[in-house]
Design a binder for this molecule. Structure first.
Ligand code: HEM
Length: 441
């Protein structure tokens, strides 16, 4: 654990989603809007503002959370002055669809194939509401319905089921940084990271306060957010591991090697031979590992496995410093029905995850992770191998599993996910929201 002094964060001004973990089981709705009448939208925002959830009193359970974000075209449509718009980073101004080459969104994941209206420039405002139960959504949805001067273009209902497993069957939401100053207890193995890596207006890992959008009131306590709808081919995943496996036990092992954890959440780093559901369910133990000394060549967690790529921990440099500047706050929730256990034929229903990835720099965090780690094998000496779970390779790929006496190489790996859409957003602090909602001369 860090000996660094805890920075003070203005929790009352930061939107809750950045620092507040979601309830282990919950229901939620993502809504996307277009602004048709800026003055009416600003007026309505002023009404909605008191309902926006901040990061204060995080230990107190709340009936629901309500958070709000804007795309670049949304800030422009709302009437944000030009000098302010120009002060936003370029990748945010371009938007996610325009960054398809950096993100590797090709083939069926190309923005041209995305679910309307994502990637069209029509998305201006995003709202996310989360409640413990479906019944708890009525109130925040009624608040969202109070937004005026806008048209709702998209709604996606999401959930985290009892047990917390995503569609492929793995416990989700374990690995994540500990944001210094957040006031939440750090769990063993969570790397403490300076708040400026995630929230604007604070020191980051370099000891600097990164540049903020202008004016300061607009930037401070804000964060950039990548919204991503990812469909999962669950039947395809099950069929593939079954075909490749030598036995039912081997099937589980192969699935675990692809992710880096067993389905229970137990990390291969600590349970290399067989699953350990108790370990998987114990937040005080299930993330407490590193790679460099215990597993340098990936015999436990393959160096190309999903979790080792997206957070190489100490394996790149012998310390976690390098990985730390590429961390994000990640929140995922499921959409679509679960495929019944054991079913290996597709039922035609779309299912997947809606992710939000938050951080101070889309380029250094979300985009870097895609370009340098998910879609690239060089950093782990794996040539053109890519992330076996989440990369879009648009054609069969391979995955190497180091082992003794011989390694295994899985061939003919299909895409298990398809990007259905996404948007780059800015999640302002609460004072910034009031600034955005104010009428300008
Ligand atoms: C449908 C797509 C995806 C699925 C099913 C998925 C699944 C998982 C699972 C099962 C874990 C292990 C449990 C945990 O630590 O929470 C995990 C960890 C993680 N995933 Fe993904 N993931 C997906 C996409 C992505 C993408 C696109 C990124 C990055 C942009 C990403 C970043 C991470 C990170 C940072 C971790 C934590 C790693 C660690 O700290 O050890 N995931 N994911």
């Amino acid at each position: 654990m860090s000996a660094r002094p805890e920075p003070r964060l203005d929790l009352g001004d930061i939107q809750g989603t950045v620092l507040r973990p979601r309830p282990a089981v919950c229901q939620g709705v993502y809504l996307l809007y277009r602004i048709d009448d800026a003055a009416a939208a600003r007026r309505a925002l002023r009404e909605v503002l008191p309902a926006v959830t901040s990061a204060t009193h995080m230990d107190e359970p709340r009936p629901f959370t309500f958070n709000i974000v804007f795309t670049y075209t949304g800030l422009a449509a709302l009437g944000v002055p030009e000098e302010s718009l120009e002060s936003f980073p370029q990748e945010f101004r371009y938007g996610m669809a325009a960054r398809k080459d950096v993100l590797g969104d090709v083939g069926a994941s190309d923005p041209a194939q995305w679910v309307d209206p994502m990637g069209t420039g029509q998305v201006h405002i995003g709202v996310v509401v989360i409640a413990r139960e479906a019944g708890g959504l009525a109130e925040p949805l009624a608040i969202a319905a109070g937004l005026a001067g806008v048209s709702q273009l998209y709604r996606c209902d999401v959930y985290i089921p009892p047990g917390g497993r995503e569609h492929f069957g793995f416990l989700e939401g374990i690995g994540g940084p500990y944001v210094l100053g957040s006031g939440i207890e750090a769990l063993p193995g969570q790397d403490p990271v300076m708040p400026g890596e995630f929230i604007l207006g604070y020191e980051d890992e370099s000891g600097q306060v990164p540049a903020m959008p202008y004016p300061e009131i607009l930037g401070r306590n804000g964060t950039f957010l990548a919204f991503r709808q990812v469909a999962t081919d669950v039947a395809g995943f099950r069929r593939y591991v079954k075909e490749q496996a030598r036995s039912p036990e081997d099937e589980e092992l192969l699935a675990a090697k692809i992710v880096g954890r067993w389905r229970s959440g137990a990390p291969l780093a600590l349970a290399p031979e067989r699953d350990d559901p108790e370990l998987g369910a114990d937040p005080h133990r299930n993330n407490d590992f590193a790679y460099r000394d215990d597993d340098p060549d990936g015999r436990r967690v393959p160096r190309g496995a999903h979790i080792r790529r997206v957070n190489p921990r100490d394996s790149l440099t012998g310390s976690i410093v390098d990985a730390k500047i590429h961390r994000m706050v990640r929140r995922g929730a499921l959409y679509g029905p679960l495929l019944p256990e054991g079913q290996i034929e597709d039922d035609g229903a779309e299912r997947g995850l809606i992710f939000i990835f938050m951080g101070a720099s889309l380029v250094r965090q979300f985009e870097f992770i895609h370009q340098a780690w998910i879609n690239n094998g060089d950093f782990v000496e794996l040539g053109d191998e890519t992330d076996p779970l989440v990369s879009i390779h648009d054609g069969p790929a391979t995955f190497t599993i180091p082992g003794k006496p011989v390694r295994r190489r899985l061939a003919g790996l299909p895409d298990f996910v398809t990007i259905r859409g996404g948007e780059y957003c800015f999640m302002p602090g609460l004072e910034a929201l009031a600034w955005l909602a104010a009428d300008r001369p």
